[in-house]
Design a protein around this ligand. Structure first.
Ligand SMILES: Cc1ncc(C[n+]2csc(CCOP(=O)(O)OP(=O)(O)O)c2C)c(N)n1
Length: 663
């Protein structure tokens, strides 16, 4: 039988390399064959087969240097085996055991390992591509001439994340190989229902990006083409789109089968099996002998069996509550930098700008990314003049690609750098929501990897900006374990808390109320200092009641109390919403016995509700009245000023305080 794949024998590849490619392809195939048996025996739960696609994983991985990052997907077992990840660790990972990579917290290939420079996927497929942008950006800024490869499928390539990541990579000339495995189907959906151009490679034109079509079943073509392109990208950094034509010969996952795939297509691709064809080729060339074949198989099967034994013999994980809770955030030793005594009266907006500038001076690996942040200085002028001081590499205008930029921030973090992303308006975080709540928030818990990213969130109403430029959407994020949420009300706090947020290796959403930017002044300490995250401030001492608030609503409270001189309230500014300073809250409530929690956001599901519930659960015996919440209407926030004033909870606050006093 002769191979159904044309191998170009002109390629001058050494015999040892030819055999190495074969052995490397054989390994994932033999592992998979074993896994399919274990699946039938009910010993593993789910399997996404990459049989028939091994040439792509192996060719790409072996063409890259070992310290170059690869971001694989769910069918790229070969990436892991070609990087020599110990098999028992993979088997433990799939069985949810401790020797895996996620302490049993995530399954299959949903993990990364810095040791092997492999960054695994989250289920959402597309965000992976933006992470590669960030990793590549860090490589570029370090000037290390490294390339990075990221995988996706023909299905994943339909996601907005694909568009955003390619667009950003092209605009920034990032050294990324975007590897699309076009295997004909995304679950049951054929490529013809997934996209409407002839080849996925055609999409490169739209991004101004070089692209190539490669026979993904031909290991020699994959390896030599990727090797050639990787060398070229190291010399001349740029993104390249690679479409690997291949086929998913088994079901999406083992349980789902392939009934929806016409038999003639399956037969066609079965004949183009990358391993069998290459084996034939090597035998015909006299390079692969029966002896070598047997020795490879014996060695690999022995390794599989030994490592399986290790994994099966490993104890099941015993849940430990404290470990689970503690691993949500990366442990971090807060370093207090005490403020200087010299102060200057400045606005809220100036304090944030000043804090950010000091952080840029302190951290040479800190990058600012955001729309219009460079020459224009950002729409609120926070980064005005930064470009001249810190240069274009560190103060980066971004395309309108929120999702890719959040993901890129994560990629920068993975590759050892820090970033602050300016969300132009907090409202637009909805366009970057997935990477915030799934990539950044869950990273440390899932695979012990930090997400050293701060997202600045200019937010809030009272400025006549309508439903899409006025929301205060902190509750979208406080509910997601793994994020820290900071929300200052005063310039001195804003400056110190921003410095701390940037020092903290965990992802921080930093809310800045735009109504405060130019209306609130304070004597603010000069120079660099930090303010601890997670500590509330007591603004007024009093005994009649506790009033708890944060952000602009703190100023509503102070204003109301100006007109209620006979009421002595203990006023707490939370400053941080996640983690919440419950000690300060409980201490005050136990002293006063009455509480109002005030938020600018609409009522249901907000911070006030949770603070109220915590007080009820923990301080019930001390309460002399029901906990009162003051918040805005259960409508979107309207534009016209009278409507907006009616919407905002501010107008109901004074009466609420009086009612509680009289209760
Ligand atoms: C955002 C998102 N939507 C839907 C899914 C469910 N899903 C998982 S894999 C998959 C098909 C992916 O197809 P493709 O990218 O072509 O990769 P393949 O499985 O063919 O290798 C789908 C629909 C998901 N994981 N994430």
């Amino acid at each position: 039988m002769s191979p159904k794949i044309e191998y170009n024998s002109n390629k001058n590849i050494e015999k040892s390399v030819l055999l190495n490619l074969y052995k490397n392809m054989l390994k994932p195939r033999l592992i998979e064959e074993k896994m399919l048996i274990l699946l039938r025996q009910g010993k593993i739960s789910k399997w996404f087969s990459g049989i028939g696609q091994e040439a792509i994983s192996i060719g790409v991985t072996l063409a890259l240097e070992k310290d170059e990052y690869i971001l694989p997907m769910h069918r790229n077992l070969g990436v892991f085996t070609a990087r020599n990840v110990p098999l028992y660790r993979l088997f433990s990972q799939w069985q949810g055991k401790m020797n895996g990579f996620t302490k049993g917290r995530d399954r299959s290939f949903h993990f990364g390992t810095q040791e092997y420079n492999i960054i695994g996927m989250i289920s959402h497929l597309g965000p992976q591509l933006g992470v590669a942008d960030g990793i590549a950006l860090a490589n570029t800024l370090k000037g290390n001439n490294k390339v990075c490869a990221v995988f996706t499928g023909d299905g994943g390539a339909s996601e907005g994340d694909f568009h955003e990541a390619l667009n950003v990579a092209s605009v920034w000339s990032l050294p990324v190989l975007f590897c699309v495995e076009n295997n004909g189907y995304g679950l049951s959906t054929p490529s013809s229902e997934q996209f409407n151009c002839k080849d996925i490679a055609d999409k490169g034109i739209g991004y101004g990006m070089e692209s190539h079509i490669i026979d993904g079943n031909n290991i020699l073509e994959v390896y030599s083409k990727v090797d050639e392109l990787a060398k070229s990208v190291r010399e001349n950094p740029r993104p390249i789109l690679l479409e690997f034509k291949t086929f998913r010969i088994r079901g999406h996952e083992e349980a789902s089968g392939t009934k929806y795939v016409p038999q003639d297509i399956l037969d066609f691709w079965a004949a183009k099996d990358p391993l069998e064809n290459y084996q034939e080729y090597l035998i015909n060339k006299g390079i692969l002998t029966q002896e070598i074949e047997i020795s490879y198989k014996e060695e690999i099967v022995h390794e599989i069996n030994e490592h399986l034994k290790l994994a099966f013999n490993e104890e099941k994980i015993v849940p430990d509550l404290e470990t689970e809770i503690n691993d949500v955030y990366k442990a971090y030793d807060y370093q207090e930098v005490i403020p200087l005594s010299t102060k200057k009266r400045i606005r809220f907006v100036d304090a944030i700008s000043d804090g950010l500038k000091h952080a840029m001076e302190k951290h040479h690996d800190l990058v600012i990314m955001g729309q219009d942040v460079a020459e224009y200085g950002g729409v609120f002028k926070i980064t005005d003049g930064f470009l001249d001081i810190f240069g274009r590499e560190r103060v980066r205008n971004t395309p309108i690609c929120e999702s890719a930029i959040v993901a890129a921030g994560y990629g920068l973090s993975i590759n050892g750098m820090k970033s602050v992303m300016e969300m132009q308006f907090a409202d637009f975080a909805s366009s970057g929501f997935n990477p915030i709540v799934n990539l950044l928030a869950k990273s440390h818990y899932r695979w012990s990897e930090k997400a050293d990213v701060v997202i600045r969130m200019p937010c809030g109403g009272g400025v006549g900006a309508g439903p899409f430029h006025s929301q205060t959407n902190e509750a979208w994020f406080t509910k997601t374990p793994g994020l820290k949420v900071v929300y200052p009300a005063f310039p001195q706090d804003a400056k110190g808390l921003l410095a701390s947020a940037i020092n903290d290796p965990n992802p921080v959403l930093f809310f800045e109320h735009k109504g405060l930017y130019r209306s609130i002044y304070q004597e603010v300490s000069e120079g660099y200092y930090t303010t601890e995250i997670g500590k509330a401030a007591i603004l007024k001492e009093g005994n009649d009641m506790t009033i708890i608030s944060y952000g602009a609503a703190v100023h509503w409270v102070l204003e109301s109390l100006e007109n209620l001189k006979d009421i002595s309230a203990n006023v707490i500014d939370l400053r941080t919403l996640q983690p919440l300073d419950v000690e300060t809250i409980y201490k005050s409530v136990k002293k006063t016995g009455k509480v109002i929690v005030v938020q600018e956001d609409s009522m249901f599901g907000g911070i006030a509700s949770d603070v109220s519930a915590l007080i009820n659960e923990n301080c019930f015996e001390y309460l002399d009245a029901p906990v009162k919440r003051v918040a805005s209407l259960e409508t979107p926030i309207p534009f016209q000023s009278d409507l907006e004033q009616q919407y905002l909870g501010k107008s109901t606050l004074t009466k609420a305080i009086q009612d509680l006093q009289n209760y």
